[in-house]
Design a protein around this ligand. Structure first.
Ligand code: ATP
Ligand code: TZP
Ligand code: MG
Ligand code: MG
Length: 268
């Protein structure tokens, strides 16, 4: 897989990414997509989401701060995206923390064709009917087999599943990859996962093989985070957050190729 080529394609094509996301991460997500070179838009009204989704390169649905109106808009946007061949990405933020979040994520998966789901292990386990502990929107490490979980969830939902954490797993149920980039300080920035899901949308807009697009997005993001952490090692999460935006814009396709670590299965 040519990581650098996919990144360059995102920057060349600057796909429009329609986000229906949560109120915590909206600004950070828009700035992160701009830094990457994509074109973000947030649109929520039931009256306009179908029109926006059908002209987008990808639709990203994020259940972080749900309410019934937002869910209705997600379904309308998702149906329009599906009708027009626009890939839909789901971030099931906090699934498992409350029954409403779990059942909403499951409903979106049932009623829409979803190209990829990106979440932490607890969120993916809970939508797949397994009981992993989750505290609010933060997943506990858990003791389960994350590789098997990604595989079985991908098969269950007929989609690509990305489980992120210290190492990231991407599976379509038959091919499973591990991405070993990133930095622990990402866990101190709210929206680090939500922005990543939006970036997965941007990569999936330009690369039609979703295992490749998702793995490339995770590697790109992890490499940008590593460089940002190196450059702000004397500082805290505030400086890191800003430097992450800088590096999302500055990291080159060559650096992503050189530093990206993607292996087949869970092997080292
Ligand atoms: P959570 O709420 O559990 O933190 P999230 O939705 O914020 O989940 P993460 O799993 O934190 O999403 O993933 C966001 C990014 O942070 C990914 O690029 C992931 O690889 C990276 N990441 C998370 N934890 C670590 C870690 N301990 N070491 C390195 N990278 C990490
Ligand atoms: N509460 C509802 S959504 C949200 C919080 C804190 C943001 C979660 O962002 P992420 O990317 O999962 O850390
Ligand atoms: Mg996190
Ligand atoms: Mg999250």
């Amino acid at each position: 897989m040519e990581l650098g080529v996919i990144l360059q394609k995102v920057r060349n094509e600057s796909p429009l990414i329609h986000n229906i996301t949560n109120v915590v991460v909206t600004n950070f997500t828009a700035n992160g997509l701009l830094a990457l070179g994509a074109s973000p838009v947030m649109a929520y009204a039931a009256e306009e989401v179908a029109d926006m989704a059908k002209i987008a390169g990808a639709l990203v649905l994020n259940i972080g701060t749900l309410n019934p109106e937002v869910v209705e808009s997600m379904l309308i946007a998702g149906r329009a995206a599906n009708e027009h061949g626009v890939p839909v990405i789901l971030d099931p933020v906090g699934a498992g923390a409350t029954p409403y979040r779990t059942s909403t994520a499951q409903k979106l998966l049932k009623e829409l064709t979803i190209s990829a789901i990106r979440g932490n292990a607890a969120e993916i386990a809970n939508i797949a009917g397994q009981n992993w502990s989750i505290k609010g929107v933060d997943g506990a490490a858990g003791s389960g087999d994350v590789l098997e979980l990604a595989k079985s969830a991908a098969r269950m939902f007929h989609t690509v599943v990305a489980i992120t954490g210290k190492e990231d797993i991407v599976s379509d149920g038959s091919i499973t990859l591990t991405v070993k980039n990133g930095h622990p300080i990402l866990t101190k920035v709210t929206g680090a996962g939500c922005l990543l899901s939006a970036i997965v949308g941007a990569f999936t807009a330009v690369e039609k093989n979703p295992v490749h697009s998702v793995a490339a997005a995770l590697a790109y993001y992890g490499v940008a985070a590593e460089i940002a952490a190196e450059r702000t090692s004397e500082a805290g999460p505030g400086s890191f957050q800003i430097e992450l935006l800088n590096q999302l814009a500055l990291v080159t396709p060559y650096e992503v190729e050189k530093r990206g670590i993607i292996t087949l299965g869970g092997a080292a």
